[in-house]
Write a protein that binds this ligand. Sequence first.
Ligand code: 5GP
Ligand code: ZN
Length: 136
Amino acid sequence: MKQDDCIFCKIVAGEIPSQTLYEDEKFKVILDVGPATRGHALILPKNHYANLYELPEEDAAEAMKLAKRMMIKMTEKLNCDGFNIVQNNGEVAGQTVFHFHMHLIPRYKNDGEILKYVAGEPDQEELAQIRKMITE
Ligand code: 5GP
Ligand code: ZN
């Protein structure tokens, strides 16, 4: 499964060069060209799925297993102090390339506020309403 105008499909096919950290029959892990920190990498499934909504559950499970393995190896090799796994779905959520991917972002002491959000202050009633919306 490949989409002609997709940059990550072209990377997977080797039509666009990338710094590859890992590859198997289902996934490729590459360095991000616009890294948030040193070693920022991306897990790409070789098949084209636009986002996590489209990715089959089985592949999602495998992607997370691979993320864990890569995180352990990269932490050891890069000597980072922590790690973020980030995965954006939809333009409003910050997705810019519409081929599912997971960001592997090594974190270092004093590397700045890369993924900061402001915590809301909902009351219990609002939280209860949201719970109802999701679960009923
Ligand atoms: P998103 O914002 O969709 O979650 O993340 C897309 C990521 O892909 C960005 O971090 C961006 O730097 C990276 N990216 C975009 N084009 C290329 C490319 O041609 N090669 C590589 N290695 N990364 C890319
Ligand atoms: Zn693609």
